[in-house]
Write a protein that binds this ligand. Structure first.
Ligand code: PEP
Length: 249
């Protein structure tokens, strides 16, 4: 049985005071032990997460990392630095990184390798644009994005991946994939993983992301291959984030 996992992606939101209120609100309201949860904060606030979440069951992580282990890469953050601040997770290949920072599948694969090498759990984000879906290219697009990573990592590391299927047209738009649309893609992704290692594939958590809210979370996460959520907007309010975690458990 796969455990459910709910991760909040704060994106470029927050400040010290707001983060503190949000983190203490989540910690105070967290009753369920049936699902794991974590927040992915902007890099400058990872020390704050470490200080305020230590001793709770809430994990934390980053939203991006460098493909390089260190050196003359101004502005970049290495996997080892994330480990230094207690991170467990790191998002890789979020559609906003792919779109606004031109991250290719090859670069996302290198970042995944760097995360694994440092002992982090990469949360590999993949998903198609509206144009790609309407052109009937969803399977080809997500297959290429996942395939690039599968070609770069060791087979033994497959079990250490978390996937997040995030249709680009559903992110921050209030437009959610129907549970069946999401399940269909999750099933495809798991089949692709199974082509590499069927036993590991059965254990990989595949999260759904894209306007998941308290009122649609339960139905989405009831699907056979949806193992949790990657939450943007609704992760910025403790009550909404807690309601989604409860829906997962
Ligand atoms: C995200 O950014 O990963 C996301 C899913 O955002 P939202 O929940 O706001 O659609």
């Amino acid at each position: 049985m796969r455990r459910k996992l709910v991760i909040g992606n704060w994106k470029m939101n927050g400040n010290r005071a707001a983060n503190s209120a949000l983190l203490s609100g989540i910690a105070a309201g967290l009753t369920s032990t049936g699902a794991d949860c974590a927040v992915c904060a902007p890099a400058p606030y990872l020390a704050q997460c470490q200080a305020e979440l230590a001793g709770t069951s809430i994990g934390w992580g980053a939203q991006d990392l460098s493909a390089h282990a260190g050196g003359a890469y101004t502005g970049e953050v290495a996997a080892g630095m994330l480990v230094d601040f207690g991170c467990r997770y790191v998002l890789v290949g979020h559609s906003e990184r792919r779109a606004y920072h031109h991250e290719s599948s090859a670069l996302v694969a290198q970042k995944t390798v760097a995360a694994l090498a440092a002992g982090l759990t990469p949360v590999l984000c993949i998903g198609e644009t509206l144009e790609e879906r309407e052109a009937g290219r969803t399977a080809a697009v997500v297959g290429e994005q996942l395939g690039a990573v599968l070609a770069a990592i060791a087979v033994a590391d497959l079990a250490r991946l978390v996937l997040a299927y995030e249709p680009v047209w559903a992110i921050g738009t209030g437009r959610t994939a129907t549970p069946q649309m999401a399940q269909d893609v999750h099933q495809l992704l798991r089949a692709q993983l199974a082509g590499v290692d069927p036993v590991a594939a059965a254990g990989v958590q595949i999260l759904y992301g894209g306007s998941m809210k308290p009122d649609n979370a339960k139905e989405l996460m009831a699907q056979a291959d949806i193992d949790g959520g990657l939450i943007g907007g609704a992760a910025l309010k403790a009550a909404d984030f807690l309601a989604i975690i409860s829906a997962a458990a």
